[in-house]
Structures are given as C-alpha cells and as structure tokens.
Ligand binder design. Structure first.
Ligand SMILES: *Cc1c(COP(=O)(O)O)cnc(C)c1O
Length: 356
C-alpha cells in the first residue's frame, strides 16, 4: 500500500475545542465546514459530540451528511440557504440557519413553516461580504422576530482582519456591531478563531472556532493562547527510493534544484495531488524520522524529494512528516505563500487514520 496518510488525533481536537470554550467562557459552535478543514466532518463531529454545544457548516449538503451519520446536536448553516426550498429540509432536520439578506428573510416570511425555526441574523459590520447593512439591522430583526415560527434570533457578525493583531479593524467592527445590536433582546456571536484567540474582549454568548480546533494558529507570529493548541493532523509518508548524486546534478521536473555537493536524495510518496503545495520552494521544512530536514526540487503530482545528505541513518522506509506536530502547518504555509486553512482543506487522496 502507498504509505501516504493523514493521522488525525481526535484527543487533540477535543483539547482544542475545550480551549476555545475556556478562553471564551460561553458556548462554542465547532465549525466543521469543508469536511472539517480536511479532517473528516463526520469523524470530527462524532469525536466532539459529547462536548460541543453545536456545529457549523457552510451549506445544507454538509449538514445533511452529519445528520445522516446520526449527529443530533444543533447545526448552523453559516451562509443560510441558497434556495428557498431548502427551508423544508432545514425544518425537517432541525437545522439553524443564518439569515444574511432580505431575500432570505422574505423567503422565511413566505414559507409555510411547521416547526419552530432558529435564525442567526447576520450583520455586515465592515467585512462587506454577507450580512445586513447596519442601518437596516434593527428593522430586519423586528421583521424576522415577527414571523410566528421563528422562535429565536441570534445576532451575528464576522471579522475580516482578526488575524492582524496590530490592526484597529476588529475593534471598529465590534463597535459597529455593538451599535447596530444595541437594545435588541438576543444572544450574539462574533468570534472566529483569530478573534477568539486574539480579541477575547470581543467574544460574546457564542463563538465559532474553526481553524483553531484543528490546532493551527491563524497568526503569523507567536501568540500565547495559540501556543496552547495541539495539531490534529499529521500528514506523513515514507521514503520509497534513494539516489546518490554527484555535484552539479539536477533533481526533478525542470531541474529546479541542482546539487551543489555530493547529495543523497530521498524520494517521498506524497505530492501535490495529495495536497502538498506545488509551489513549495527548495528548503521548505520537512521532518525525516523525527529530525528537521528540507525539500529539494519541484514537487511532483505523486512524489517529492528531500535532502538526505545530513541524515545518514535515514533511507528506504524512513518516515517523513510533511506537516503535523513536527512541522508546523502555519509555518509551512508561510514558507509556501499560502495559508494553513488552504493547506489543510486541500488534503486529498490520502487515507485518514484516526486515533483517540
Ligand atoms: C469559517 C467561518 C468561521 C470559522 O473561522 P475560523 O477562522 O476557521 O475559525 C466562523 N464564522 C463564519 C461565518 C465562517 O464562515
């Protein structure tokens, strides 16, 4: 069998969820959209089900996958519904829906709702993506609350720059929210992972941690709370071939890397079709049998190459970690000009092996 795999540590996932709740002190929806950022939504939701106050996903397809797997906890659709006829399924499966635009609100007013419906009314506090204009927010709240079957409305907004710890933007968005929500009798939900870790004063009744659950920091610098996270995924494979080359030899496609000295090259069964960034430059950190090593040569679809010259004990069958507890996924992302979010979500083809 091909040795590439993603080890998923569910104890670490629970640890990170508990940290999110401890930092905030309130209730936390575990965000498991995009197949739990590549970790497997059903397995992660099952692992958290005893603990979590609920889950959040991007769309009804993702919510139904969880319901089909027997997850009974509340599930919030972060973008609400895309078509009005989803409301029947939302009702049938007891889902919570975001309401972010007038057409969604009007669809709820028109629908023949048979059961109580919980809605999360989204304010655009400055990200300018989804949500109601602050000037319309109180009116939208009043109309939604007036729908007989709408039994609870939670106020919600989303930060655009909470990962920028020096930016005044999150505090400004918080102030816009506070003003638009003033006097509205409802719980509220503001914080994603970077806000929860970096701007705890902005957290309210509900937080919505995603990335941090998976143990990756959203920041580009050391941050005390983020240091308490435990990585959940370890992407690993093995060395399947070793080459001894003299100086001046090219390695891989395009001959991007040329040996400057006699070099032992290890070929690892993991490539960009598994989700490793193809743009990773020479020198990108890897871990070889638990010791720091480096990538050399262009990443191929199914393989990549590492420098074994300073790893005399390593050889055929040696374990190589691409990211995980030995190679920080956020640092790897920075190295490759991408984000931890994208790296984790891009995992594919590789079997996931769960423990804990
Ligand atoms: C994805 C998402 C989150 C989670 O964000 P992280 O940065 O991964 O914690 C929270 N809220 C909304 C509305 C989202 O779309």
């Amino acid at each position: 069998m091909r040795p590439a795999r993603a080890l998923i540590d569910l104890d670490a996932l629970r640890h990170n969820y508990c940290l999110a709740r401890e930092l905030d002190g309130g209730k936390a929806l575990a965000v498991v959209k995009a197949d739990a950022y590549g970790h497997g939504a059903v397995a992660c939701a099952r692992a958290l089900e005893g603990e979590a106050d609920g889950f959040a996903v991007a769309c009804i397809e993702e919510a139904l996958e969880l319901r089909r797997a027997g997850i009974e906890a509340p599930i919030l659709l972060l973008e609400g519904f895309f078509e009005a006829d989803e409301l029947a399924l939302i009702q049938a499966h007891g889902l919570w829906t975001a309401v972010a635009s007038w057409w969604q609100l009007e669809a709820i007013e028109r629908a023949a709702l048979e059961r109580p419906l919980q809605c999360w009314l989204k304010l655009d506090s400055g990200m300018h993506r989804l949500g109601f204009d602050p000037r319309d927010y109180a009116a939208a709240f009043a109309r939604l609350s007036a729908v007989p079957q709408v039994d609870k409305v939670v106020l919600m907004t989303h930060f655009a720059r909470a990962d920028e710890l020096d930016s005044p933007r999150s505090a400004e968005q918080g102030a816009v929210f506070a003003q638009a929500a003033a006097g509205l009798p409802a719980e509220s939900s503001l914080c994603n992972s970077p806000a929860l870790l970096g701007w705890p004063q902005l957290c309210s009744d509900w937080v919505r941690p995603g990335l941090m659950l998976y143990g990756a920091t959203p920041f580009d610098r050391t941050q005390p709370q983020a240091q308490r996270l435990r990585p959940v995924m370890a992407a690993e494979s093995k060395i399947i071939s070793v080459r001894e080359l003299g100086a001046g030899e090219p390695v891989g496609y395009g001959g991007r890397f040329v040996t400057a000295r006699p070099t032992r090259v290890g070929v690892v069964a993991f490539g960009y079709a598994d989700g490793y960034p193809q743009q990773a430059p020479d020198g990108t950190p890897v871990s070889i049998d638990g010791r720091p090593g480096r990538l050399i040569g262009r990443v191929s679809m199914d393989m990549l190459t590492v420098d074994l010259t300073d790893h005399p004990e390593a050889g055929l069958g040696s374990r190589v970690q691409l990211w995980g507890d030995e190679v920080d996924v956020a640092a790897l992302a920075t190295h490759c000009g991408t984000s931890a979010y994208e790296l984790l979500c891009h995992l594919k083809r590789v079997p996931r092996v769960y423990k804990g």
